[in-house]
Design a protein around this ligand. Structure first.
Ligand code: SAM
Length: 229
């Protein structure tokens, strides 16, 4: 059984995909997709031995070794040209780490097949959108999942030959699809963020030596969020 979060990620994987799931941990996403017949091949990539062993065990337990290979390595280094990967999922990490993985993979030609990217950053989604925007990846869909009082945004991007217009700061931060697709969850996420910002602003303004630059940054953030709600 998949979490709602990973089920939403799975819904963006296309039929018969050849998937690289980077940071796969227990390989729940690729095993689900393989056992339901949606994908034909997957790599479960892991950089840490414990999760790598967990992935291997889960693949064996579900008798899916003919379709899924667990590989130990950093980010996209586990992908080889002959794997013919057409979909990459990177989920459950911070946006900065996802960008690091994409940047290194891009430099090593691991994205040469222009796979669809399905990315779920726990924080700093704007960094992920900015990387996509700068690297010829058009965001084709996004959604947001609320699970256990946490919010998870999922970003789907396809490579494009067209020149992409740079996205505005607002687009990078809030996405372009989420507000119209999931208005209620979007509003809850950003109301919670606004409450936190207001709290931090209150603390900053109470300080003995108020840090004006920080106050200004939080004021700007507050205004940006309020404009969305
Ligand atoms: N993707 C799964 C999910 O969304 O439920 C697991 C998320 S788990 C919180 C993050 C995993 O990413 C960890 O198992 C960690 O070892 C792995 N990881 C972190 N950095 C990585 C990297 N550079 N390359 C491959 N795996 C990485």
């Amino acid at each position: 059984h998949l979490s709602d979060r990973l089920a939403a990620v799975a819904s963006f994987v296309q039929e018969d995909a050849r998937l690289a799931d980077i940071g796969s941990d227990h390989a729940y996403l690729p095993t689900h997709l393989a056992s339901t017949g949606k994908i034909t091949f997957a790599i479960a990539g892991e950089v840490v031995d414990g999760p790598f062993q967990a992935a291997k065990q889960e693949i064996e337990r579900q008798d899916l070794s003919h379709m899924i290979e667990a590989r130990l390595g950093n980010g996209l280094a586990v992908v080889e040209a002959e794997d013919q990967i057409d979909t990459v999922t990177i989920c459950g990490m911070g946006g900065a780490l996802i960008v690091e993985i994409l940047t290194a993979g891009h430099a090593d030609d691991k994205l040469a097949t222009h796979p669809r990217l399905i990315l779920q950053a726990n924080v700093a989604e704007e960094k992920v959108r900015e990387w996509l925007n700068r690297n010829a990846y058009a965001i084709v869909d996004e959604t947001i999942i609320e699970e256990n009082e946490k919010f998870y945004e999922i970003i789907v991007a396809d490579y494009t030959e067209e020149t992409l217009e740079p996205w505005s700061q607002e687009d990078l931060m809030f996405g372009r699809f989420i507000k119209t697709k999931e208005p209620a969850v979007f509003a809850r996420k950003w109301q919670a963020a606004l409450d936190r910002t207001n709290y931090v602003l209150g603390q900053l303004e109470k300080a003995q030596n108020p840090d004006q630059a920080k106050i200004d940054a939080h004021q700007a953030l507050k205004q940006a969020i309020e404009a969305q709600l």
